[in-house]
Write a protein of this length. Structure first.
Length: 137
């Protein structure tokens, strides 16, 4: 493999790594915000806060799925460049329609195990807490 191809693949790998890091940070921020809203709700005994706690879950779930979609598109770009002739390397980093496939649809990313197995239980926990809070009043 020539030097140009290796450098281009390293650039793409850097973007993929950044997307994974962003996803990890989003999950942390999501849990932190939901916990903060729970703390406010417990302090003020206001059930509206618990309903508001769904907002960061939905927002971060969507944003996290967007990053996963981009990550999968860059993986497709990586695989294309990996198989490309060394003489045609132009260091393009743009995602094109040809980099989309069934795995890169937004809905597939939202429902992927890495997303749904994290955010869906968060939503279930919020629902349980809301029900417990309402049963006490």
């Amino acid at each position: 493999m020539n030097e140009k191809k290796i450098k281009h693949l390293e650039m793409i790998q850097g973007v993929i790594t950044r997307m994974g890091s962003n996803s990890f940070k989003l999950k942390g921020w999501g849990v932190t915000l939901v916990a903060a809203v729970f703390a406010l709700a417990a302090k003020d005994s206001n059930g509206l806060f618990f309903l508001i706690s769904y907002m960061p879950i939905i927002f971060f779930w969507g944003l996290d799925a967007y990053y996963l979609k981009l990550e999968r598109q860059y993986i497709n770009l990586y695989n294309e460049i990996r198989q490309e002739d060394e003489n045609s390397i132009n260091f393009a980093m743009k995602i094109l329609p040809k980099h989309n496939d069934e795995k890169t649809s937004f809905l597939k990313c939202v429902l992927s195990p890495t997303e749904s197995l994290f955010y869906f239980p968060c939503a279930i926990i919020v629902a349980i807490v809301i029900l417990l809070l309402q049963s006490k009043t």
